[in-house]
Write a protein that binds this ligand. Sequence first.
Ligand code: MN
Length: 230
Amino acid sequence: MTLLFDLPETPSIPVQGSQARYPVRRVFCVGRNYAAHALELGNAVDREAPIWFNKAPAALCLSGATIPYPPGTANCHYEMELVVTIGAPAFRIAPEAAMAVVHGYACGLDMTRRDLQNAAKAKGYPWDTGKDFENGAVIGPITPAAGFSLAGQRIALTQNGAVKQDGVLSDMIWSIPELIADLSRLYHLAPGDLIYTGTPAGVSAVAPGDVLEGTVDGLEPLRLEIGAAE
Ligand code: MN
């Protein structure tokens, strides 16, 4: 087969203890998964169903980068999140079986053009331009699942050294196995799929010159620097 032109290489993420990298197929994200964060944005907390949205793999940005301040926004926010990487196929999987398809975990940032998201929310429009944009899905190195225990881990973010987000993974409204089970009702999950699992309270705007450092106890930390707008 001949292609008219070449596309960029499949985006991929370093894996701790491995020479091989994790190639990315899809990026799923869940909204409002920590009660205190839902409330800080004026949203009700419920257990009706997880709120899913997607980012394109082209939005990925590896930890350590300096990115230009994103275009089209005057209110770009960080959202520090635990990212789950899927390592086996899953379709209509039960929560009790879901942890078996987890490949690993990483620190992530769900960067958000909050002004665009809020305008879309107010009109009942899709969130895409607020959420899915270049460098909008930041991710650190993956730690394989066997090397990490979810129980009670702290998730935190500093902006220029000041602590802005400080939560615990156990405060998630939907647990990791519940998220995987729910998503597998809607998609045939497969290796290469990422799940951004929501952010704790404390989200705020970034500015050129900012350094963001995100941590989840037991995982490789994440770092992002915001450069000048293009
Ligand atoms: Mn988020």
